[in-house]
Design a protein around this ligand. Structure first.
Ligand SMILES: NC(=O)c1ccc[n+]([C@@H]2O[C@H](COP(=O)([O-])OP(=O)(O)OC[C@H]3O[C@@H](n4cnc5c(N)ncnc54)[C@H](O)[C@@H]3O)[C@@H](O)[C@H]2O)c1
Ligand SMILES: O=P(O)(O)OC[C@H](O)CO
Length: 359
């Protein structure tokens, strides 16, 4: 009896979906990719290039693209869903009639659904009720993955079969796949870092230096962890690839779409102009609004998210906001070591002793 190759289906014809499809094919899987645009599907099949999203990289010729859900999903062992958050549920619903419970369903999408503040793996679970559900997230700029630059990612699932099958399907000599059982933390990290990538792009366009970038990234990590703890997630996950790893790459690279939107805003473009010039989805624009609203509703201190919200949606100039943030509370460096409340209490006590002298 011969071993059947793994059968992988990728939903989405964007840059990351395409890069992952090519890796799976490099590893010997039978790969089918679903996308909406018949001309792009034809180009992938004929020229082995995705001219719209990854024009400069060759795709493994074994990847077969198609616009029919049924033919792509038929017999698939592993389904990777790489669709922007706004269309994610709609596409999963389209796929649902062709899915089966033994399949492994994995999201790569770093975004949040507004209704119910749902992460994409929660949507996979709600729409299918299947047991094998996971999340891929990490410092993974798609064009670098397509260029076979040495890269690492995380597969997060509480299901060991999902973790090991994805590690086998995608792990190779240029792409390492580390495992986590904190699906919520890994997924939340991927969504939250997009907010701070916009801020980092903005800071770069305003000519701010390396100290500023380092402060921004580190305070972003503190803010992300604070939010995660409030949502019941394990903040330790943010020490890994899907937390600090992804934060570093997305806050440092012009290859990041979120960083580029921030950069355009820092150059004085309006949000509409910045998004239009990008021509792709920067998930952070929507995420900042959702996270800021949730933080306010739940009383979570998130000055960076609030400041960015004011710049993006309320017309506050980015430079003004940076100045205001520098005059905000000087709280604890690492809140797991020294609680923020302890710093605040010490300031209040000192102010009481000195009759309000600045602490
Ligand atoms: N691009 C990256 O570097 C990268 C890296 C890691 C993770 N991700 C995440 O993976 C997800 C997918 O990213 P991507 O870069 O592959 O693609 P993308 O976000 O640019 O778009 C994905 C694809 O979805 C399609 N699409 C959009 N709306 C649709 C709809 N209503 N119905 C059907 N298809 C629709 C687009 O046509 C495109 O082919 C993103 O949400 C992103 O957060 C991206
Ligand atoms: O292009 P972005 O900003 O969506 O970021 C891409 C990836 O998330 C980087 O890991």
């Amino acid at each position: 009896m011969t071993d059947q190759p793994l059968r992988v289906a990728v939903l989405g014809g964007g840059s990351f979906g395409t890069a992952l499809a090519s890796i799976a094919a490099d590893n010997g899987a039978r790969v089918r990719q679903w996308l909406r645009d018949p001309a792009l599907a034809e180009q992938i099949n004929r020229e082995h290039v995705n001219g719209r999203y990854l024009p400069d990289y060759a795709i493994n010729p074994a990847v077969v693209a198609a616009t029919g859900m049924a033919e792509v999903l038929e017999g698939a062992d592993l389904v990777l869903v790489a669709i922007p958050s706004k269309a994610f549920r709609e596409v999963v619903r389209q796929a649902r009639p062709f899915l089966a419970p033994q399949q492994i369903l994995v999201t790569t999408t770093k975004g949040i659904q507004e209704e119910g503040f749902k992460l994409m793996s929660q949507i996979l679970e709600e729409e299918t009720g299947f047991a094998h559900i996971g999340v891929i997230s990490g410092p993974n700029l798609a064009s670098e993955v397509a260029d076979k630059q040495l890269t690492a990612t995380v597969i997060a699932s509480d299901d060991p079969e999902t973790r090991t099958r994805v590690q086998t399907a995608l792990g190779c000599d240029y792409f390492r796949v580390y495992a986590s059982n904190d699906r919520y933390g890994v997924e939340l990290g991927g969504a939250l870092k997009n907010i701070y990538a916009i801020a980092a792009g903005m800071a770069a366009a305003l000519g701010m230096g390396e100290n500023t970038r380092s402060m921004l990234m580190t305070r972003a990590l503190a803010e992300m962890s604070r939010f995660a703890v409030a949502q019941g997630a394990n903040p330790m996950t943010f020490l890994g690839l899907a937390g600090v790893g992804d934060l570093i790459v997305t806050c440092s690279s012009r290859l990041s779409r979120n960083y580029r939107v921030g950069y355009a805003l820092g150059e004085g473009k309006s949000l509409d102009e910045a998004v239009e010039a990008l021509g792709q989805v920067a998930e952070g624009v929507n995420t900042v609004r959702l996270v800021r609203d949730k933080a306010r509703a739940e009383g979570i201190y998130m000055p960076l998210a609030e400041g960015l919200y004011q710049v993006l949606f309320k017309g506050v100039p980015a430079k003004e906001m940076a100045k205001m943030l520098m005059l905000g509370e000087q709280s604890s460096d690492v809140e797991f070591v020294l609680a923020r409340e302890d710093v605040q209490r010490a300031h209040r006590e000192r102010a009481g002793e000195t009759g309000g002298e600045h602490g």
